[in-house]
Design a protein around this ligand. Structure first.
Ligand code: ZN
Ligand code: ZN
Ligand code: ZN
Ligand code: ZN
Length: 495
């Protein structure tokens, strides 16, 4: 794309540093730019067990015959993705220290993505100079954290000393690369659906807002990213990406952004105790029936949380709130590790029941349970869509609508989550209408009318999801939505 036809420009201010703005009015869904990753690789972290260094699927005891690092097959060992580190490790005779338990995290792999950046820098020094040299690294803040020392040992010392790269890279540069990755990389799904990270220089400049106005799609073939307008964007408006999980409550988002991106978000959503009326952070009051518990100032961690009923007087601290959120979150994490089956449905319903007097029904934690249930109802053993009683069809539809109405506010416009929820919503609506007709409760004309909404859901889901990579779960759902819509329309003609 030449500069003259670019849909965006780069500006700079004190708040965001460099950031992107729309150079013209953009319509919803319009492609703004595509970006090629400077490097892709495993992400560090407590929850990342050893994975294949080429296709990123989990591996167990299979190592590259050339370098001795984890790959799943001979073919992956020979792939271009793995070639860079393979050469470095085999030249230095540095092998992966095999582990006893292949399901626990492997900090040895933390050096892979930084090494790939360093090798890409050698290959394309101009692009490094143009796009990465200027990136924010927050070196001063990073130096004060324990992760600095860990990166120094596991990555800088390891690469420069053990892997004998001192004539090519110095440790200061390695730490700079670690900072660039920490601050600027994004988590993406690998081809096999596992979470990895990638560094996209243009996408990285995009400013953060907890209500984003763009969406990005990763192409699975070469991990290119396509960035589109999620909503209509006016010329001159900043482009906003949400750097954190959009459905998280304010405390969790702001802690994450401060911890990993080094800034305190003060966007309109963060500043509003009700999160723009979505109540993602709101608790029920345990002392009275009239009020709900809100932060008195969500931008101040020390500010108390109080009941909205003036006569109630209930008060708690931000610290207590943090503690409670993390306890319940770890309960939900346990549920997320279960196999999708009838137990996964029943235990989530039990958890909702357990906390329904504590949290507002739209609170982030309950919403995330409902979001998962919206996908499980109709899909797991004992809860197949054609065996669900009307009550459960209605429950599935209710959860879909709840998620969709929250997305309207915090993730407006055309994004994957909306597409997937619309697809989920069409099924209960369709079955409920057919059941009503089958029971003789509505006329054929009324049935036709009632089937218009599921058709609309499918049409919108197809439009949104068919922009995704056709091999990805969302892309596949998009194609199914398109076919289902055509079938449903055809069946209506026959009535
Ligand atoms: Zn592999
Ligand atoms: Zn190898
Ligand atoms: Zn925010
Ligand atoms: Zn109260």
């Amino acid at each position: 794309m030449g500069d003259d036809v670019r849909h965006y420009g780069v500006l700079q201010n004190d708040k965001y540093g460099r950031y992107l703005v729309a150079n013209k009015d953009l319509v919803s869904g319009e492609l703004i730019f595509t970006d090629t990753p400077f490097a892709v690789g495993p992400k560090p972290g407590k929850y990342t067990p050893p994975l294949c260094l080429s296709c990123y699927c989990p591996v167990e005891n299979t190592l590259c015959s050339t370098c001795g690092w984890p790959v799943c097959s001979e073919e992956c060992g020979k792939s271009a993705t793995h070639a860079g580190e393979c050469e470095v490790f085999s030249a230095a005779k540095v092998k992966f220290q095999t582990v006893e338990d292949w399901t626990v995290s492997a900090p040895q792999l933390d050096c892979i993505t930084p090494l790939r950046i360093l090798l890409a820098k050698e290959k394309d020094p101009d692009r490094w100079q143009r796009e990465l040299e200027v990136m924010e690294t927050h070196t001063k803040e990073r130096k004060e954290r324990p992760t600095w020392g860990a990166d120094q040992v596991n990555i800088a010392d390891f690469l420069v000393d053990y892997c004998k790269l001192s004539d090519r890279f110095d440790k200061e540069l390695v730490q700079k690369v670690c900072g660039i990755l920490e601050v600027n990389s994004v988590e993406i799904p690998s081809r096999g659906g596992f979470s990895i990270r990638a560094l996209y220089p243009q996408l990285a400049i995009t400013a953060h807002n907890c209500v984003p106005n763009i969406v990005h799609t990763i192409l699975q073939n070469d991990y290119q990213v396509q960035v589109r307008a999620a909503v209509p964007i006016k010329q001159g408006d900043p482009l906003y990406l949400c750097y954190t999980h959009s459905l998280s409550p304010t405390i969790v988002r702001r802690d994450f952004l401060l911890e990993s991106k080094f800034f305190e978000c003060d966007c309109a959503r963060c500043a509003d105790p009700t999160e723009l009326g979505t109540h993602l952070s709101t608790l029920k009051c345990s002392k009275c029936d009239n009020g709900v518990i809100l932060a008195t100032n969500p931008l101040d961690n020390e500010a108390p949380w109080t009941c909205t009923d003036k006569n109630c007087g209930f008060k708690t601290s931000g610290a207590a709130m943090r503690k409670m959120l993390s306890v319940v979150q770890s309960e939900i994490d346990q549920l997320d590790m279960m196999e999708p089956g009838p137990g996964a449905v029943e235990q989530r319903e039990a958890t909702i029941n357990k906390y329904k007097s504590v949290f507002h029904p739209r609170h982030s934690l309950l919403l995330s349970l409902k979001h998962t249930l919206a996908q499980l109802y109709g899909r797991v053993e004992g809860y197949g869509i054609d065996e669900l009683p009307d009550l459960m069809l209605e429950r599935k539809a209710e959860f879909c609508r709840l998620v969709l109405s929250t997305l309207d506010v915090i993730m407006p416009g055309e994004n994957r989550m909306r597409g997937m929820m619309l697809y989920e919503l069409h099924a209960p609506l369709m079955f409920l209408a057919r059941n009503e007709f089958g029971a003789g409760l509505i006329t054929q004309e009324k049935l036709k009318e009632k089937l218009q909404e599921p058709i609309q859901c499918l049409a919108e889901a197809a439009r949104i999801l068919m922009r995704e990579d056709p091999q990805s779960p969302e892309g596949i759902t998009g194609q199914i939505a398109q076919q289902s819509m055509e079938q449903l329309k055809a069946s209506l003609e026959c009535l």
